[in-house]
Design a protein. Structure first.
Lengths: 301, 525
């Protein structure tokens, strides 16, 4: 077998594996997540377009993915920014094929939105408010008419089961990249997700560390550290659930090795937070993190 | 208690009507929202078989965009739970017909009833007798009919509007005056319709008015929507408080700099909650300012700020509309290819206009930059950041230390940057050399052809020798350096020695100068 053949074989295996993994989603459907899930269901039944708003790492995309899985539909998503153009959503004509064969269907390479529309799947527009107004306007037609006019091809109509979900970061709602009035009016349901309650976060951590058994006092400590970052005014971007999971996994590993003590906890928490937190200018991040960790330890003792 | 769908729909209509009449809200529910609310409630009704009042409140919240959800909650709760009625209901009323058995009780109710009847009249009489003296009697605030200080009067109205906060605010303000609050400088400035700067012995309002006499209000130049909103707020206050229009203080924000300047001057004296609200107001004005004035400047080659137009080979996601036929034919001919042999790489597409400048902005936030200087420089920083938004831009704030706000290859939202700039406290010394070293690092990271350094400072440097050395090195490395200084106060000696190095010194009289600078192409690129 040549090197190229072996690479192709590996890619095929990886694609198969990815498909299998898509069927398994770790989610704790409790509290706000349960409510948000129900609202998604209600919105779809009522034919309304929802938007999920929440800080990074609260599980917005995961919830959408889970929704697609439970409703047994294909799932497409794209993260938008200023450089995203309508062609990234709708698709584009392959210029080479157009020049050789003309404006035919074969020359059209559909984008994720078109695929979701024709397959009747779920399309998630991540960070919708980061898109330029030009791109935002391209979404008006699919949202309002459930169809899109592709020049040279004609009108593509969405399947009955096509469902559009937008996700956004709350901070950016007031920012320069605001949603256009027209698009805002076409989003009918605004679902807010914040950092989960303690019990729910514990469950999420446990679900994400299935190979370890974490005692409650460790989880309490982790939660205390993370929670303090979420209420500190000097911090612009606090620790997310991902940080809690990272801390929990590292601590669990240390517990298994028998090297866990307070000093190790401080080191782990410090190294996880150093990369995740964003503080206001003028604030010494390292000192702030150390003070937060020591405060958490003091309170837990 | 469960509700029928008809009852729920009536409540929805009432909610929408009431929300639309809200004077202080930017948001008005659309017909689409009404339909969404109705559809969502219908779904809930058919799912559960009944509807509760909580369901209706929840639907009102989730169908309203987030910044206005709190307002939606208040309005719908008032409608659904009837707190609105409870508020207007008098505590004790005189019955029309007094039955004998309750006669003694009704006798008791007469004095209270009379009091209730005369209470608003007496309040009105007191207020209109002398609106200024009313505030003097209360001791803490002074309402001047000549007050023109916009922010102060708006703050005052906000305080008045929030009756539940009044006592606390009053307490905090008085304790600030007395210097009792920990961490707050005891400054002898009174928050009122007329703000007095004892230090200068003049009224801030009239001082700023004089300063801005020839300056058109930013607000008056902003969208008519915002203007009408401010007018509505003003007329509502006039109506509510029955103040004659002539005597009422201006609610307009005044020149943008005025608003920003007042923010930097007065923010320390505000209670935390109010400060947050005012900050949002200032931020919103700044963002609108960006949208109205700066956005048209971005990417306009005519104005000479961002000249760029280039052609590159096509990639799969580029649109065919961008194909540059002349360049493509040229490329095909040079490769001697047939139509059937064409691949993506042979098609040349025009890249949308994009800048190719690396711009580093260094903003001085040292102790000498207080008040108006900082406001002008912050305005200029925001303008430059937006104008060069398609280029590689870095921003740092410096005093004794350097605070990196945005690295040249990093991505920070403008909203966050404005937040940071509004929180700036002019403190500490001016050590620019470290900031300049950081700027050099940024230029090293950049892939652009043109390097521009904007130094926004009053040039009161402690480390001039080191700075001069680094600046000299920068100029030798083809970095164009522009120093923006506030015209009314900067180190002239240092400016002239920098000029000798080949640095462009640009004097800024006010916030408008940065626009003139960009529009007149006086910035030599």
């Amino acid at each position: 077998m040549s090197v190229r053949d072996s690479v192709v074989e590996r890619i095929k295996r990886s694609l198969r594996e990815a498909k299998k993994r898509e069927r398994k989603i770790l989610i704790v459907l409790r509290g706000q997540y349960k409510e948000a899930y129900e609202l998604l269901k209600d919105s779809e039944s009522a034919g309304l377009t929802p938007a999920i708003i929440g800080p990074p790492g609260v599980g917005k995309t995961l919830l959408c993915r889970y929704y697609a899985l439970t409703t047994k539909r294909s799932f497409y998503w794209i993260t938008l920014d200023e450089s995203t153009r309508p062609s990234h959503l709708i698709g584009t004509f392959n210029p080479a094929v157009v020049l050789s064969r003309g404006w035919c269907l074969e020359a059209f390479e559909p984008g994720p939105l078109t695929l979701a529309m024709v397959e009747g799947g779920i399309f998630v527009a991540n960070e919708l408010n980061r898109a330029s107004e030009y791109t935002q306007n391209a979404l008006l037609e699919p949202l309002e008419e459930r169809s899109y006019y592709v020049p040279h091809l004609g009108r593509i109509v969405a399947e009955e089961t096509f469902f559009f979900i937008a996700t956004m970061n709350p901070k950016e709602l007031a920012g320069v990249h605001r949603l256009s009035e027209a698009l805002r009016d076409r989003i009918h349901v605004w679902i807010s997700l914040t950092y989960p309650k303690k019990e729910v976060e514990f469950e999420i951590i446990r679900a994400n560390c299935p190979e370890y058994s974490l005692p409650n006092d460790i989880l309490e400590r982790i939660y205390k550290v993370v929670d303090l970052t979420r209420h500190n005014e000097q911090i612009i971007k606090p620790a997310s659930i991902r940080s809690s999971i990272a801390m929990a996994r590292l601590i669990a590993q240390a517990l298994e090795e028998g090297s866990y003590d307070d000093e190790r906890f401080v080191k782990i928490a410090f190294s996880v937070l150093l990369g995740t937190l964003r503080t206001k200018p003028g604030v010494r991040k390292d000192l702030l993190i150390k003070s937060i960790i020591s405060e958490a330890l003091r309170e837990c003792h | 208690m469960s509700l029928s769908l008809n009852e729920a729909e009536e409540l929805i209509l009432k909610f929408v009507e009431k929300f639309r009449k809200e004077a202080h809200s930017n948001y008005k529910p659309s017909t689409r929202q009404t339909i969404s609310m109705s559809s969502l409630l219908s779904t809930m009704y058919f799912k559960k078989g009944y509807l509760t009042r909580e369901d209706i409140v929840r639907v009102a919240i989730v169908t309203t965009p987030p910044p206005y959800q709190e307002k939606a909650l208040k309005i719908m709760s008032k409608i659904v739970f009837g707190t609105e009625k409870l508020e207007t209901k008098p505590l004790l009323s005189i019955p029309k017909f007094l039955p004998l058995p309750i006669f003694p009780l009704s006798l008791l109710s007469i004095p209270l009833g009379l009091y209730n009847l005369f209470k608003p009249v007496s309040k009105w009489f007191k207020f209109h007798k002398n609106p200024q003296s009313l505030m003097k009697e209360k001791g803490r605030y002074h309402w001047s009919s000549q007050a023109t200080s916009s922010l102060a009067s708006r703050l005052f109205n906000k305080i008045k509007e929030k009756e539940r906060l009044t006592k606390r605010i009053g307490l905090e303000l008085s304790s600030i005056e007395k210097g009792q609050v920990k961490g707050v400088k005891p400054r002898k400035i009174r928050v009122s319709g007329k703000v007095t700067l004892r230090k200068h012995g003049v009224h801030l309002g009239s001082f700023l008015k004089r300063k801005a006499q020839n300056t058109k209000s930013v607000i008056s130049l902003l969208t008519s929507k915002r203007r009408s909103k401010i007018k509505t707020i003003k007329s509502n206050y006039v109506k509510r408080d029955k103040i004659s229009k002539v005597n009422s203080p201006s609610l307009e924000a005044g020149p943008g700099e005025n608003l920003l300047r007042e923010w930097y001057e007065l923010r320390d004296m505000l209670p935390r909650k109010l400060r947050k609200e005012v900050k949002e107001e200032v931020k919103e004005t700044l963002i609108e300012w960006i949208n109205v004035y700066i956005k048209p400047l971005i990417g306009s080659s005519k104005l000479g700020v961002l000249p760029s137009h280039m052609v590159k080979p096509c990639s799969s996601y580029d649109l065919l509309e961008y194909v540059d036929l002349e360049e493509t034919i040229e490329s095909l001919l040079s490769k001697c290819k047939r139509l059937t042999e064409i691949t993506y790489d042979d098609l040349m597409i025009r890249v949308p206009e994009r800048g190719n400048n690396a711009v580093v902005l260094l903003l001085d936030a040292s102790g000498s930059m207080g008040g108006g200087k900082l406001a002008t420089m912050v305005f200029s920083t925001i303008t430059l950041l937006n104008v060069f938004s398609k280029d590689e831009v870095a921003l740092a704030i410096f005093e004794s230390d350097v605070f990196r706000v945005k690295e040249i290859d990093g991505k920070v939202e403008m909203n966050e940057i404005i937040d940071t700039l509004l929180d700036l406290e002019p403190l500490g010394g001016t050590c620019v050399s470290r900031a300049l070293l950081w700027a050099e690092e940024q230029f090293d990271k950049s892939l652009s052809d043109t390097y521009l350094l904007f130094l926004l400072s009053d040039l009161a440097f402690y480390d001039y020798r080191e700075a001069e050395f680094i600046l000299h090195r920068m100029i030798n490395n083809n970095i164009r350096v522009f120093v923006l200084v506030p015209i009314f106060s900067y180190n002239i000696a240092m400016a002239s020695s920098l000029e000798k190095l080949g640095i462009n010194i640009i004097e800024m009289r006010n916030w408008k100068d940065i626009l003139t600078l960009l529009l007149d192409s006086t910035l030599p690129m």
